[in-house]
Design a binder for this molecule. Sequence first.
Ligand code: MLT
Length: 302
Amino acid sequence: MYKIKLYNNIAQKGLDRFNDQFEVGTDVEAEDAIIVRSANLHDLDYKDTLKAIARAGAGVNNIDLDACTQRGIVVFNTPGANSNAVKELVFAGLLLASRDIYHGIEWCKTQADNDNLAKDVEKQKKKYAGNEITGKTLGVVGLGAIGIQVANLALRFGMQVEGYDPYISVDNAWSMSRWVNHVKDEKELFSTADYITLHLPLMDSTKNTINKDTLALMKDGVKILNFARGGLANDEDMLEALNSGKVAVYVTDFPSPLLASHPNVVPIPHLGASTDESEENCAIKAADEVMEYLMNGNIINS
Ligand code: MLT
């Protein structure tokens, strides 16, 4: 009997993949494999029996990869399984960054006692006026499964799209999407984009990608979206850029409380992959990866 320990709730459709050769649950002991969503496994008590960890999601920054490498534990993730869900939320963010829906909604919710409602509604039209995304330039930093989907959808919205990925050559990137202007270095993207969206994993090399220096390259009034990981932007530098107007709007995964309360920040909890469809896709993929590895020694991770 193979033992699978769950560190988070995993969609039933994923659990249904396991046959009667598997014992699966949150209190399983001497596990052969772990399936985790967002729980932090950095202080994991590694059992000698542990052979694999599957992250039902893309980012693996909640797993100590060095410790796993030392112990010969294979780490899987589920790239692509949640990219449609994240892409859709990024577009909600893009529209929130362009049209002041966020403050408009807040205003509507406080008008219950307003006797001058009709007149005041007229005034809000000007107050919450925005811009259109059509014809604007979107810079996509990171062209993995999510970034490339965001780039392609932006093209359909009539945006100009620039793409940059530190790990993909311009030639390879071009074969992924030929209508994106693939730039050779991020400086070019930062200096020309009206909107910038981050789709990078959080690693030492990507931490604080948005900082004083990169912000200085950007257009005044740039709008930045970060649905990847808060740590990709330096909070203090971002706050300064928001206060000076360099950054007009920052739509981001829940940042530090200090940033979250800024009027030009739209904070969103880490909801990118939180759809029923995406949770099922990730759970199925993670279950299949673990089963195939434990039963046949095969690594499927694509
Ligand atoms: C991911 O890494 O897959 C996404 O950020 C979604 C998530 O962690 O829930």
